[in-house]
Design a binder for this molecule. Structure first.
Ligand code: SF4
Length: 389
């Protein structure tokens, strides 16, 4: 990994961002001030995953086939770079046919958010060489969920049921025994579960509502009697705490405070990097700003939560790269509630303005630099002037 660090840096580093960071995270020119959040961009788990992928390419002979399961992280530019190294992509949950096409000497890279137990077992059975970049913080959620499973405690996972990390986590709940899981996405779903715990209700309705988000054989009348809460590492901290609090209160009402230990467990599994980026943005949002730019892949969970925090306070544009700032009149940005890109006109005010900028844990600094440069260009400040500052 040491041998590839210079190459990785050359692909993703930004001198401009380093300089802004060194100057108190501020840059001003021609009436526009940008404020960078104190923590933003690549986290330790992402850096390690990328280093490992580059190291794999360097370590194995060039004629060795290296495959990546899905995306290394949720950033399209980084995934393109990985493909440019000659690493091929196969689906994150390969079919038996896809696995059948692999050869036992092939190398498979497991991404930072891990893979499902069944996929891993199939690849091991095939004899492939695995380069596992799963982040340690994700593995500590798995450990917790496996423990719940061993104790016949159903894992309630606060997360996105279709996200690769949550799929990998839920697979841990069922792989080593008769464990069960249920994924809740938000507080409305949590309240629905709490109500069912306390009052019971329409079982078919429950199973229909959470279709695709529970383990095979899950019965809410049976498997909600002892529950343990965990979460996808990149959820909103405040929401996760509220999910825990509401479920705990429902179990206490149902079984009584003295019996609560037998029926309820929880473990906070938000990762440090997600927490730091959310805390830094919360601090930044206390300052007066005209709008916020959030940079990152649209399928990145931690980035979408940063955008959500911004939206609650001020105009927020979630963009995956600088090209989305089409002109000073038009910006194309991701609306996560509509699940598509939308266009906003007259987004860049004239005169004196302050712009907040943050980026998700999977966004490299070079993309942040591109965004900053583009923003100043649209205000008529040359890139040269910025560099000279
Ligand atoms: S966001 Fe957190 S869990 Fe995900 S790779 Fe980064 S440090 Fe690991």
């Amino acid at each position: 990994m040491e041998a590839v660090q210079a190459q990785v840096l050359s692909h993703y580093r930004s001198e401009l961002v380093d300089r802004i960071r060194a100057r108190g995270h501020l840059l001003s020119a021609d009436g526009m001030t940008i404020k960078l959040a104190k923590e933003f961009g690549f986290c330790y788990g992402v850096e390690r995953a990328i280093d490992l992928a580059y190291a794999a390419r360097k370590s194995f002979p060039l004629d060795k086939h290296i495959f990546l399961l899905g995306e290394i992280i949720h950033n399209p530019e980084v995934n393109d770079q990985i493909r440019n190294l000659g690493i091929q992509t196969i689906s994150n949950k390969p079919t038996d046919e896809e696995i059948g096409r692999l050869r036992s000497e092939d190398v498979l890279i497991i991404p930072a958010f891990g893979t499902e137990v069944a996929t891993r077992r199939k690849l091991e059975a095939k004899g492939c060489i695995l380069v596992d970049t799963t982040c340690g913080d994700v593995m500590s959620v798995w450990k917790r969920v496996r423990q719940y499973s061993k104790e016949s405690v159903t894992s309630i996972i606060h997360g996105k049921a279709k996200h690769e990390e949550t799929k990998a986590t839920t697979s841990q709940a069922t792989a080593y025994g008769a464990g069960h899981y249920l994924v809740v996405f938000n507080l409305d779903e949590t309240d629905y579960v709490c109500d069912y715990i306390f009052h019971g209700g329409d079982k078919q309705g429950f199973l229909e509502k959470f279709k695709g988000a529970y383990s095979s054989g899950f019965d809410p009348d049976v498997h909600l009697q002892a529950i343990g809460v965990a979460n996808q590492t990149t959820m909103l901290r405040g929401e996760t705490e509220e999910v825990q609090r509401r479920l705990k209160s429902a179990m206490a009402k149902k079984y009584g405070e003295t019996e609560l230990d037998k029926h309820f467990r929880f473990f906070d599994t938000i990762c440090g990097a997600t927490q730091d980026r959310q805390d830094a943005l919360q601090k930044l949002l206390r300052e007066p700003m005209d709008f916020l730019l959030v940079i990152g892949g649209y399928n990145s969970s931690n980035t979408s939560h940063l955008a959500e925090m911004g939206e609650a306070k001020l105009p927020t544009y979630f963009i995956k790269n600088a090209a989305k700032m089409v002109s000073d009149r038009v910006i194309i940005h991701y609306n996560q509630h509509l699940n598509k890109e939308v266009e906003t006109r007259n987004w860049l005010p004239a005169g004196k303005i302050t712009v907040g900028i943050t980026a998700g844990a999977s966004c490299p600094n070079n993309l942040i630099e591109d965004t900053i440069r583009r923003l100043f260009e649209l205000r008529g400040v040359s890139v040269h002037e910025l560099i000279e500052q």
